[in-house]
Design a protein around this ligand. Structure first.
Ligand SMILES: Nc1ncnc2c1ncn2[C@@H]1O[C@H](COP(=O)(O)OP(=O)(O)OP(=O)(O)O)[C@@H](O)[C@H]1O
Ligand SMILES: [Mg+2]
Length: 247
């Protein structure tokens, strides 16, 4: 249902970098409800790829097709309603936490589902939060979860999660993982999840995209990827993180 064909994004710094591209030649087909982990070293372009998939950046080459329509046909507003990016660094809009939770639904002309918001707050360990409070007064980890819930309330077909548990302690991380797995099971949402924790990737995904050399170097079922990576690059990457992995 989401297809990408030869997707490429030119680098900002074409003169000085080895390749003129931040990423290039990325092709993949995703079925509805797949859970994909996007992993790779820092600076490989994982965030840029997710932002491009959500049309927050425009691809310089290639095509993206969601439910048989190219991004060029449907326009960014409609596209972003269905494919939603949750940023690595949560950005809160001015106003209360409640304003932040309402904003996406207001923007897309959908009613605010207060009951669902309360359920998601509870499931992510934020039931204590007074949502009338200023959003800017929250901790980084609280903001991260509010940003995630703000996107979930839109019920997009595809959720692009950029290190969404990086500011959380172990208990909150597990709560968010459980919340997302439950959401995936009930809503059938496709998840593409960037993480630096290989153990988390092994736990939460069916398929791994390993990014290296400005592209998706490996695209494999999760268990197979960790058991027998196909490239030397991925083998080395896993070895460096070996202590963390329990596939
Ligand atoms: N809109 C853009 N167009 C082209 N290149 C970009 C764009 N935004 C960021 N980049 C470049 O892409 C490179 C990769 O950055 P990116 O943030 O995507 O890496 P990452 O894999 O997410 O790293 P990390 O694991 O540290 O978060 C950087 O050199 C950055 O300058
Ligand atoms: Mg990143």
């Amino acid at each position: 249902m989401l297809e990408i064909h030869d997707l490429a994004k030119l680098s900002y710094d074409q003169e000085n970098s080895k390749s003129p591209y931040t990423f290039a030649g990325i092709s993949a087909h995703m079925q509805q409800g797949e859970r994909i982990s996007l992993i790779g070293a820092s600076g490989q372009g994982k965030s840029t790829l997710l932002r491009t998939l959500a049309l927050l950046n425009t691809p310089d080459e290639g095509d993206m097709i969601y439910e048989r329509a190219s991004f060029r046909e449907v326009g960014p507003r409609h596209w972003r309603k269905q494919i939603c990016y949750v940023a690595q660094q949560a950005v809160m809009l001015p106003g209360s936490i409640e304003d932040n939770l309402c904003v996406a639904s207001r923007l897309h002309g959908q009613p605010f589902d207060r009951k669902l918001a309360d359920q998601l707050l509870e499931a992510s360990g934020l039931e204590h939060l007074d949502i009338k409070k200023q959003a800017s007064d929250m901790s980084g980890g609280e903001m991260q979860r509010i940003a995630l819930i703000r996107s979930m309330l839109l019920r997009p077909g595809v959720l692009l999660l950029d290190e969404v548990t990086s500011s959380l302690d172990t208990i909150s991380t597990r709560a968010v993982e459980k919340l997302l797995q439950g959401w995936h099971a009930s809503e059938g949402t496709t998840l593409i999840w960037v993480t630096h924790e290989l153990e988390q990737a092994a736990r939460t995904s069916d398929r791994v995209w390993y990014m290296s050399s400005n592209t998706i170097l490996e695209d494999a079922p999760t268990a197979e990827f960790f058991r027998k990576p196909a490239t030397e690059s991925a083998r080395t990457f896993i070895q460096y993180n070996e202590n963390e992995v329990q596939p």
